[in-house]
Design a protein around this ligand. Structure first.
Ligand code: HEC
Length: 167
């Protein structure tokens, strides 16, 4: 009788507008205690089969350690490659294209004034090695400033400039 009345009173107080905020919290923590206590009790043998061990096994089969262990690095590498490609593209657009132009024709806003060469010119492409291109980017040339870039970005820029050939 007494505990029941106590719960009734608490519920009635919770329903009052003034007491709505603190009391549900208090109620929740009070209610949580018996639930935790119930979990601590040894489960009855009857309750175990309800968990269906077959479900558990199928989960393991799909997300087992060996399979995901092999897939994760591949996914990471793919993501890293995409990141580098994006970095190269951003670097080209932000650091190079104002002189060289989007297609490397030397037609960026500052290109004509600085006599920026046409990087798509097949003749220049033929007589220039990858190492030459990287060296120019690293050291600068005439009006072109030097750029201190991470190796993967440098390689990506060289490859990107190679793709301009004849475009
Ligand atoms: C301020 C303008 C400017 C910027 C920014 C600039 N360049 Fe240049 N770049 C030039 C000019 C001017 C030349 C021509 C220099 C020459 O041949 O005398 C040049 C030449 C080059 C060459 C050809 C070098 C050769 O062998 O003749 C490459 C490759 C090149 N730039 C790549 C880049 C890359 C990559 C970036 C960005 C990371 C970049 N440049 C940023 C102005 C610029």
């Amino acid at each position: 009788m007494l505990p029941f009345r106590a719960v009734k009173e608490t519920t009635a107080r919770a329903a009052r507008p003034g007491g709505v905020r603190p009391i549900p919290l208090l109620l929740a923590s009070l209610l949580a205690l018996p639930v935790v206590a119930a979990c601590d009790q040894a489960p009855s043998a009857d309750s175990l089969p309800e968990w269906k061990p077959s479900d558990h096994h199928s989960l393991d089969d799909n997300g087992g350690a060996p399979a995901s262990g092999q897939q994760a690095p591949a996914g990471k590498n793919a993501a890293a490659a995409t990141d580098t490609a994006q970095l190269v593209e951003i670097t080209w657009r932000q650091q190079c294209s104002q002189c060289h132009g989007a297609m490397g024709r030397g037609d960026g806003p500052n290109g004509p004034m600085l006599h920026t060469r046409d990087l798509a010119d097949p003749e220049w492409q033929a007589k220039t090695s990858d190492a030459d291109i990287a060296a120019t980017i690293r050291a600068g040339k005439d009006k072109m400033p030097k750029f201190d870039l991470p190796d993967p970005v440098m390689q990506g820029l060289v490859a990107r400039i190679r793709q301009l050939k004849g475009s």
